[in-house]
Ligand binder design. Structure first.
Ligand code: C5P
Length: 323
């Protein structure tokens, strides 16, 4: 892949365009009460990590979609796919026909709590914008991202950011270094609405209520933001939190074994990534990450492991073919 510059504004691109988009882990996911619209207000601290999907948009007579990768059979190929919807929405915004053949090369776990679907949506937007020469501003792209899903704006932006509202209102965060992670995708995914629903159910069962009046407003942790800013992995490990973890573990009790195995293998901390079921382990350095990944696999508590560092850039054009 070669990095390349964007086409001249307003110029339709004659060849294929490829965009690389990272996964995310939530280093803090504070979940407020259930709002009247069904969503939950969040203090959501996102970190983009170097596991990538690639989205290629090629000229075509109409919109179609193909998917490759280990979990490709789990990915919808119609308008249930966020990448497909992203292309439709961009075309509608500019009053053009969505003529593109989209190909997703997936490496981010599907339905794993690492924003793989959101990554594909952000990637499709950037790729179609370049292919069609619509030349949308970043603000315009971020607005379309927010219509597609709560995590999609962050997939476009990358780096580290605090998400407020339902996660779509982003403030970029300063980071002071690179953090080393091991990820353990689970067998099969979890549905995000089901995990939020389970979180509400557990709150109700505990007698505290699950509405906005019953649950304290979610706030970002100052200690965690300091740890990100200074690049202090030990301090970050001490302040990681995910209010959806209990719900994900309630729906998938075996995750407890995976989380414990990573800690026993020397991880500084372990937590469920977003709505899960992927488990994330923070390591001291790259050697520790390799050791933890090996020990986790040997423990038999996960199907595979992946090593990645963050923060990394969001959706970026990596290749275009002029033919
Ligand atoms: O925005 P997105 O399409 O990713 O949300 C999927 C589902 O996750 C929503 O329909 C809702 O059930 C739940 N959700 C939520 N609060 C959020 C984000 C998502 O309840 N802040």
């Amino acid at each position: 892949m070669t990095e390349s510059t964007a086409a001249a504004p307003g110029t339709e691109h004659p060849g294929a365009v490829t965009v690389r988009v990272p996964a995310k882990v939530n280093v803090q996911l504070a979940v407020g009460g259930r709002r009247a619209d069904g969503f939950h207000d969040l203090a959501n601290v996102f970190l983009a990590v170097g596991l990538y999907d690639e989205v290629t948009a090629s000229p075509a007579d109409r919109l179609d979609l193909t998917v490759a990768g280990a979990d490709a059979s789990l990915v919808p190929l119609d308008s249930d796919n966020l990448a497909y919807r992203a292309a439709q929405l961009l075309a509608a915004r500019y009053g053009i026909e969505p003529r593109a053949s989209l190909h997703l090369a997936k490496d981010i776990p599907v339905a794993g709590g690492m924003a793989g679907g959101s990554a594909d949506a952000a990637g499709a937007l950037v790729a179609c914008d370049a292919l069609w020469g619509t030349n949308a501003s970043q603000d315009e792209l971020l607005k379309i991202c927010a219509e597609l899903g709560s995590d999609v704006p962050f997939s476009l932006l990358g780096g580290a950011a605090l998400g407020r509202g339902r996660g779509e209102l982003l403030t970029p965060l300063e980071t002071g270094g690179t953090f080393h992670w091991v990820f353990a995708p689970a067998e099969g995914g979890l549905s995000t609405p089901e995990v939020y629903g389970e979180c509400d159910r557990l709150r109700e069962a505990a007698g505290s209520g699950s509405g906005v009046d019953a649950v304290p407003d979610p706030e970002p942790s100052g200690t965690l933001l300091d740890a990100l800013r200074t690049g202090d992995a030990v301090a970050l490990a001490g302040s990681l939190s995910n209010d959806l973890q209990e719900a994900a573990v309630s729906l998938r009790p075996a995750l407890t074994d995976t989380l414990r195995a990573g800690l026993a293998a020397g991880a500084l901390a372990s937590l469920v990534s977003g709505s899960g079921p992927t488990c994330a382990f923070l390591a001291n350095d790259s050697e520790a990450a390799t050791e933890i990944a090996g020990a986790l696999l040997a423990s038999g508590t996960c199907r595979t492991t992946r090593i990645a560092t963050g923060p990394v850039d969001g959706a970026r054009l990596v290749d275009r073919t002029d033919s």
